[in-house]
Write a protein that binds this ligand. Sequence first.
Ligand SMILES: [Zn+2]
Length: 396
Amino acid sequence: MDKTVDRVLQLAEQYRDYTAKNLSRLVMIKSLTAGEKEVAAELKKQMQGAGFDDVRFDGLGSVLGRVGKGKRLLAFDAHIDTVDQGNLENWSEEPFSGRIAGGFVHGRGSVDQKGGAAAMVTAGRILAELGLTNDFTVLFTGTVMEEDCDGLCWKYLVEEEKIRPELVVITEPTALGIYRGQRGRMEIRVSFKGLSAHGSAPERGKNAIYMGSRACLEIEKLNERLKSDDFLGKGSLTVSEFVSGSPSLCAVADSARIHIDRRLTNGETRESALAEIQSLVAGLPATVEVLDYREKAYTGREYGMEKYYPTWTLAADHSAVVRAGDVFRSLFKAEPRVDKWTFSTNGVAIMGIHGIPCIGFGPGNEVAAHAPDEKIAIDDLVKASAFYALYALKMK
Ligand SMILES: [Zn+2]
């Protein structure tokens, strides 16, 4: 039996309550996108308390905790913003209670994804205690603004902070499966220009609502014929908003615009997705554009990107995936489930834009993300902390 495996498991178990309590504290601090200041300060405090070698904030306010001083860099990422509670009537308890009961930590963000952050803190503590004897520094990032713009925080880390790990483990919920990809996405706006006329004589005008409506029905058909990928599944698109304008309610509408949520499978790109929409509205007075995201972080730093989030997949036989399988088997004496996310993650920037290999492994089930009565099993947190620590120790 590998002594390191034993020791890691033993420490992760020993820190069970510590991990749950750290998560509870993180959950109790509400942290919507661009409002992460307090939770970031709490996470920094937890990392310092865990014996990390260095903890600091980047320009957007993400927490960067380092363990070790090797020349090579491995990163673990958890975003620390959450979505709002939604309709309170759907909750059976206070959404930000952080209550620990029945083997679970309860509350918004417990699964998506402060659970990953808490498991990282414990992994860092285990690594600080055991000592990293390989050539690696481990960077644990508690990143901001992910819920509104996945990948933005990592675009910033790579492009502005010049941090480029050779591999990133994303700790979003995978129910302890090993994930190696996700569909990409983009947000497209199509604007239609009509001609207004008095509502009593519609034949004199050109109704932008009719143009937009025809396009919407074509988009519905396009969704049916999009191609599929064996691993990631089918690309998809849906119209998520329709807005029109008119000089009066007694006039022909002279403007309309639709918002399209496009999910991209393997082989679909920004260009191919745009070309499909352009061909649907060819001949109409319409413009097609990819929208931009631009927002101020809690630090006051404004940052943005185009809302194109590229698809990424890591091959099943990539060393990072193989290592994840080995680590899983040696810790849990079982075969891992290798799969993909349905939703989008920071991987769109890490691997999709910057080509840095990514894998996913996280506590909690993604089905509970953004849902009422969110809660996470403490067993999952313990297992994830052991996995992260051993993964870092097994890097070669
Ligand atoms: Zn998430």
